[in-house]
Design a binder for this molecule. Structure first.
Ligand SMILES: [Zn+2]
Length: 70
């Protein structure tokens, strides 16, 4: 089970989306440990000017999905 989780980059108004595996602690596929979203982080998500996806997570997620597919 995979889930997207946004991490706000403080001070830059930018969100970075990581992919986490829910059955393994809250660590992203890129190896980054993500904190549980705090109220401040959720507010930052609403106010963020830009969003992007973590390329390392996207690559790992893509190969994981292909690996399970057949
Ligand atoms: Zn990531």
């Amino acid at each position: 089970m995979y889930e997207m989780r946004a991490e706000s980059t403080v001070g830059r108004g930018e969100l970075v989306w990581h992919v986490i595996r829910k059955d393994v602690a809250a660590s992203a596929l890129c190896g980054r440990h993500l904190k549980h979203p705090s109220p401040a982080a959720l507010l930052a998500q609403i106010e963020a000017a830009a969003e992007r996806y973590c390329p390392t997570c996207m690559t790992a997620f893509g190969s994981a999905v292909r690996g399970h597919g057949r």
